[in-house]
Design a protein around this ligand. Structure first.
Ligand SMILES: *Cc1c(COP(=O)(O)O)cnc(C)c1O
Length: 235
């Protein structure tokens, strides 16, 4: 079933790319395996999946230790500073940087282990009270500060669009994120790239791809609905 879901999503990714004349190789599917057991990660792995997303540090670390080492683990959830150290050598990309204090902490820990850490800046495009992320008006000033950190490399932007029944409602937010990345790129800031746009989830990823997503983060459509009570027991 996981296999069929992945193959279907890949077809939808291809169709979305075709509609806007993009090359499907520009879009990477991140299998969001949060709350799901390692066996399900391995089922997706057997299909050829190598990019997986987790939103909790402990769960990412635990799966990292149990799974093949050629998996790229994406940290997509809110990251607390006291947990940076645990995840910094295991995450391929941290999608959720939204404060200078967090960026500074990543810089400090990365320097200690002599590594440059790739990050995205999380933007709260729809300005939802309940969501993490930078306000779009503060991003350019923010990016100029983060650019000064030698062990942190900004690769692009990420957003979690509002929950909606109608994916078209989110097109405007995806478009704003894309435009923001173009604006930042035009500033030509050293040590800052805007090649990555992480946007689109199970409910709205075809629209996100039409608007320029390079990573889509998909959980439910691959692994089914999440049972948060059960996941507490697993840990
Ligand atoms: C859970 C989660 C996803 C996946 O959501 P689905 O709707 O299950 O596809 C994507 N991004 C983030 C940041 C998440 O926390």
């Amino acid at each position: 079933m996981i296999r069929d879901n992945i193959l279907e999503i890949k077809n939808i990714i291809k169709d979305s790319c075709d509609r806007v004349k993009r090359d499907p190789s520009e879009v990477t599917l991140i299998d969001v395996s949060k709350t799901k057991p390692v066996e399900m990660v391995m089922e997706a792995y057997e299909v050829g999946e190598r990019d997986f997303g987790e939103n909790k540090v402990q769960e990412l670390v635990s799966k990292y230790e149990q799974c093949p080492k050629d998996i790229r683990w994406h940290m997509i959830g809110h990251l607390q500073r006291n947990k940076v150290k645990m995840v910094i050598d295991k995450a391929f990309l941290i999608h959720s940087v939204d404060s200078l204090r967090l960026a500074q902490c990543i810089q400090d820990e990365a320097q200690k282990i002599g590594k440059v850490v790739n990050i995205l800046l999380e933007i709260n495009v729809a300005e939802e009270e309940s969501k993490f992320g930078l306000n779009k008006d503060e991003v350019i000033a923010f990016v100029k500060e983060v650019a000064k950190f030698p062990n942190v490399h900004v690769c692009g932007l990420m957003t979690v669009a509002p929950y909606t029944e109608n994916a078209e409602d989110n097109r405007v937010y995806f478009r704003i994120l894309k435009q923001l990345s173009v604006d930042i790129n035009e500033e030509n800031i050293d040590n800052v790239d805007m090649n990555v746009l992480s946007m689109g989830m199970s409910g709205d990823y075809p629209i996100a791809i039409e608007e320029g997503a390079t990573y889509v983060r998909i959980g439910t459509s691959i692994f089914g609905f999440r049972d948060y009570k059960r996941s507490e027991q697993i840990k």
